[in-house]
Ligand binder design. Structure first.
Ligand SMILES: CC(=O)N[C@H]1[C@@H](OP(=O)(O)OP(=O)(O)OC[C@H]2O[C@@H](n3ccc(=O)[nH]c3=O)[C@H](O)[C@@H]2O)O[C@H](CO)[C@@H](O)[C@@H]1O[C@H](C)C(=O)N[C@@H](C)C(=O)N[C@H](CCC(=O)N[C@@H](CCC[C@@H](N)C(=O)O)C(=O)O)C(=O)O
Ligand SMILES: Nc1ncnc2c1ncn2[C@@H]1O[C@H](COP(=O)(O)OP(=O)(O)OP(=O)(O)O)[C@@H](O)[C@H]1O
Ligand SMILES: C[C@@H](N)C(=O)N[C@H](C)C(=O)O
Length: 426
């Protein structure tokens, strides 16, 4: 069946789903194949749960006239999303970067939603499946769509731009994340810059943080840019005030006191302010939107348990965000500090070097209460005062000996380390 015909059926549906475990009545179910399951096997279930149409690529899965057979279900999903994007004439703002994408996306959404009808990526559904799902959730009555794009290898952002066709774009930062798939730091810069390449090729607009020399270098002399940063020569001048513990910044005559910790969140907030200003959101609305935004899901959360203050940053980790978290932790007030840091994943051949240089850096900053957990950290050379634990189970037997009265604790590690489990041990 041609994509136009699938599209006319999509228009009869309430939504698109790829999962029979959370499927909406009257949706279009795409039977994807994954590492664990073949969606074609769940077609009967999809109809039982209320799907209107099922898109399949196994002829044995065709059980009624509402099954649509295609060569490749994933490709069909991506083509349908592209077709839909071309049919809805709304401005799309896309963002990528090594760190802070979801936070920045949520902040921009909060700011623009004060004044406009806006939809954005749910959670971080930001890959080759998530981006099509995001676009298919947009409709032509929106004022803006915000699309977060993630990548762990070259050409991925270019591919996602082809589907989303952004009118505006921004890169939060270039860091040492997913080094394995990108083949090193230069690969990250090239891969993320595919967003700029798309904007340049299509005369679209880039938001550029001029405090980040990498952004300035990568955008080159491309004229369609909106600049911001600490220098008054920018289109928008934004000043960092402090992050102790919450980030405060100043623009025009407004001071924003956010509920986000970490000076690294300054750039994430600044670009949300600038997007708001550029699209004529009032200063009062920008301020209110940002000041009421609270992070969740283990992303730089600040928690209190009796007299103990906990910075729970266990959602993910990579050398850049780990370094940023440690530096921020160092400048925070507090006499008695503990660090619980877990392995960083997806670093490939750089894993050993990156874990070692991070440990050496931490030991320069802190002389005690350093706990590093996981196989990679376990292999590093450390001072005798640093506590190396090969696994979470090893930490369990150590942690109950510690006294956290009046302490401040940083918890950070890769998703697979799931260091939020520490909370139950405190
Ligand atoms: C394919 C899929 O969506 N899988 C999701 C599914 O996984 P599950 O293990 O259950 O099975 P399969 O994948 O094998 O299943 C095949 C299909 O069968 C469906 N199904 C299964 C059982 C059943 O009873 N009924 C069914 O219909 C199933 O739904 C599949 O469609 O469920 C998991 C739990 O909810 C999901 O985690 C899994 O999602 C995968 C990982 C996925 O890719 N989802 C996208 C929608 C997405 O955007 N996910 C984001 C990923 C964010 C991310 O990590 N981004 C990276 C950079 C991107 C790198 C990119 N190249 C990559 O590889 O991802 C970043 O750093 O930002 C998310 O999960 O948040
Ligand atoms: N600008 C930044 N620089 C360094 N680290 C950051 C920055 N912004 C956020 N972080 C760190 O990254 C963590 C995750 O934030 P967020 O989910 O917004 O990033 P992300 O890029 O969307 O991650 P993912 O790609 O895994 O979805 C935060 O809790 C914080 O530790
Ligand atoms: C959570 C996932 N998007 C991610 O960033 N993974 C890195 C490698 C992590 O687990 O920290």
């Amino acid at each position: 069946m041609e994509i136009e015909d699938i599209y006319s059926r999509f228009k009869q549906c309430s939504s698109v789903s790829t999962d029979t475990r959370k499927l909406e009545e009257d949706c279009m179910y795409f039977a994807l194949k994954g590492d664990n399951f073949d969606g074609n096997k769940f077609v009967k279930k999809a109809f039982e749960e209320g799907a209107k149409y099922c898109i399949v690529d196994d002829k044995n899965a065709v059980i009624n006239d509402n099954c649509i057979i295609v060569d490749d279900v994933l490709l069909a999903l991506q083509e349908l999303a592209t077709f839909h994007r071309n049919s809805i004439d709304i401005p799309i703002i896309s963002l990528t970067g090594s760190n802070g994408k979801t936070t920045t996306k949520e902040l921009i959404k909060a700011v623009l939603s004060t004044t406009y009808k806006v939809k954005a990526t749910l959670g971080n559904l930001n890959n080759h499946i998530g981006v099509p799902l995001t676009l298919l959730s947009f409709s032509s009555n929106l004022d803006f769509g915000i699309v977060e794009m993630g990548a762990n290898h070259l050409t991925e952002i270019n591919f996602l731009c082809g589907i989303a066709q952004p009118d505006f774009g921004l890169i939060t930062n270039f860091g040492k994340a997913h080094l394995e798939g990108f083949g090193g730091t230069e690969g990250v810069i090239k891969g993320k810059s595919e967003l700029y390449d798309f904007l340049k090729a299509n005369d679209k607009v880039a938001f550029i943080n001029t405090d980040d020399p990498k952004q300035v270098k990568q955008i080159g002399d491309y004229p369609h840019r909106i600049t911001f940063g600490s220098n008054t020569s920018n289109d928008y001048n934004i000043q960092f005030i402090q992050a102790n513990p919450f980030v405060e910044l100043k623009y025009e005559n407004s001071t924003i006191k956010s509920q986000l910790i970490g000076d690294y969140n300054y750039g994430n907030i600044a670009v949300a302010v600038v997007v708001g200003l550029h699209f004529n959101v009032t200063s009062q609305n920008i301020q209110k939107a940002i000041e009421t935004y609270k992070p969740d899901n283990n992303r730089s959360e600040i928690l209190e348990k009796d007299t103990t203050k906990i910075i729970l940053d266990a959602y993910n980790a990579n050398p850049t965000s780990m370094m940023a978290a440690v530096k921020n932790f160092k400048q925070l007030e507090g006499e008695k500090k503990f660090l619980f840091l877990g392995d960083m994943f997806e670093l490939g051949v750089d894993a050993e070097k990156e874990h070692q240089s991070l440990v050496s850096f931490i030991e320069e900053q802190f002389d005690k209460n350093i706990y590093i957990i996981g196989k990679n950290f376990y292999k590093t050379s450390t001072k005798s005062s640093t506590h190396k634990l090969a696994s979470f189970d090893d930490l369990k037997s150590e942690i109950h000996k510690l006294d956290f009265t009046n302490a401040t604790i940083l918890i950070k590690g890769s998703r697979g380390m799931a260091l939020e489990r520490i909370l139950e041990l405190l």
